[in-house]
Design a protein around this ligand. Structure first.
Ligand SMILES: *Cc1c(COP(=O)(O)O)cnc(C)c1O
Length: 449
């Protein structure tokens, strides 16, 4: 299909593309039998802060929708680095953008102007609505910008409080964990940054009741990602917009995971509200982005709508690495490829296929699967409770299932205790999707037997 780099030019992981041909003047030494898995894991155990629960895989390289581990085993990657590698791995257009831009200018700081940042901001504004963009490096940093924007907005009236949803995820900085509606990210890090309160998701009344004189904004994900792939209801979004207008609150959306065409439109609210607004325009006041924005290059951003676009004036907010020429050139290239290859349409086509096929599996193997939900290429498979074969171990069912998929050659991402997420590259082909479904089916049939 429309993937430029389908097929794997480098299956065994040997032979670096830039290796220089060398004349063999001395005989090659005898091969050293290495255990790269153990050696690399030992480096981590010794030198890397153990803040991540890592899977037992040591990856070496990728191409398109596939990655290889250091033992040479191939995996179909339906996780894409947690919704980051929008064009898959080692996409030639991204490589080209890297090489071209790095020959000209990698970094200059935000003391100066440069074209790529201006062009990337223009591209984002064009896809959303009149407003302006601030660039940082991550999702958490993008959300921090929104928090500061909200505080600035309410400062003169002494308003500062931001309402967020139960089960939300907004990043791991101090304000990010305060904003996140999950206890597990806060444990051990108190006292929390003040000014955040959580309300049930998809419950407009709960927001209305929670608003206090100090409330200044509401922040939600259009589709909760870490919380287990839960889309907002159209009425919820429309109701929030009215409520925020009425109470003079900013409506902020965290589009870090569900954005960048993952649902088939640039932002998830655009997809969710298709045919649901009765011609009434809907826009959030601010929106954060990161994950897929750079297709793997770390870049984050927030967009803020007019008339709030100049709230953060000179000297109020900054990021040394924010919006470098290199990051912006790569992000622009990702936009170009998505548009040129009509990947928004591919997301819908392949996403629909996956949901239909996975729903069949739910019917066929109810002892293992409970439900399938999501939008576009953001899909959550909910596992049945108490799968006998997974009851022996203490580990969460989602983790155990993901581990079994690894053995079968498939990468997916757990969400919570019983949801397995698919967040594949936006250029995933139907054949690759089919391959993924067959692997999931095989693992589930073995498990149910
Ligand atoms: C991943 C994620 C974040 C945090 O992004 P980082 O780049 O890890 O800081 C914030 N919000 C949502 C919805 C996310 O999925």
């Amino acid at each position: 299909m429309n993937c430029e780099n389908s097929g794997n030019p480098n299956p065994g992981g040997t032979g670096h593309p830039f290796t220089v041909e060398m004349k063999e003047v001395i005989p090659a030494p005898p091969p050293i039998v290495r255990n790269d898995v153990a050696a690399i894991q030992a480096l981590f155990q010794k030198h890397v802060v153990p803040s991540y629960g890592r899977f037992d895989l040591v990856l070496s390289h990728g191409s398109g929708s596939y990655v290889w581990d250091v033992t040479g085993k191939r995996y179909l990657d339906l996780g894409a680095g947690i919704a980051v590698c929008a064009l898959g791995h080692a996409h030639p257009a991204i490589t080209e953008a890297f090489v071209e831009q790095s020959r000209r200018l990698v970094h200059v700081s935000n003391l100066y102007y440069h074209e790529p940042q201006g062009r990337l901001a223009e591209a984002i504004v064009t896809l959303l609505a009149p407003g302006k963009v601030f660039f940082g490096n991550s999702g958490a940093e993008a959300n921090e910008g929104l928090f500061k924007l909200a505080r600035k907005f309410g400062h003169a009236e002494g308003r500062f409080e931001i309402l967020t949803a139960h089960n939300s995820f907004h990043g791991r900085t101090l304000a990010g964990i305060a904003a996140t509606g999950q206890e597990k990210v806060k444990k051990g890090f108190g006292p929390m940054v003040p000014g955040f309160r959580h309300v049930p998701y998809n419950d407009l009344d709960a927001v209305r009741k929670a608003i206090s004189p100090a409330t200044v904004a509401v922040l939600i994900e259009g589709v909760q990602g870490e919380g287990g792939i839960t889309p907002a209801a159209p009425d919820y979004l429309l109701g929030l917009r009215d409520l925020c207008n009425e109470k003079k609150l900013l409506l902020l959306m965290d589009g870090v995971q569900d954005g960048h065409f993952r649902t088939g439109r640039f932002q998830s609210f655009q997809r969710i509200l298709e045919g649901a607004t009765n011609g009434k325009p809907f826009l959030p006041d601010g929106l954060s982005m990161a994950k897929s924005l750079g297709g793997g290059f770390p870049i984050g951003a927030f967009w803020v709508r007019e008339p709030h676009a100049d709230l953060l004036g000179p000297g109020t907010h900054a990021s040394t690495f924010g919006g470098t020429p290199l990051g912006c050139a790569v992000a622009l290239k990702v936009f170009q490829v998505i548009e040129r290859e009509r990947l928004d349409e591919n997301v819908r086509r392949v996403g629909d296929f996956l949901r239909i096929e996975l729903s069949r599996l739910v019917e066929k193997i109810p002892t293992v699967f409970k439900s399938v939900r999501g939008l576009g290429l953001m899909i959550g498979i909910e596992l049945a409770s108490n799968i006998p074969a997974l009851a022996k171990e203490e580990k969460a069912a989602s983790l155990q299932f993901v581990n079994r998929l690894h053995s079968a050659g498939l990468l997916t991402i757990p969400a919570g205790l019983n949801v397995v997420r698919l967040l594949p590259p936006l250029n995933l082909s139907l054949a690759e999707a089919e391959e993924g479904v067959r692997i999931i089916e095989r693992v589930a049939v073995n498990l149910g037997a």
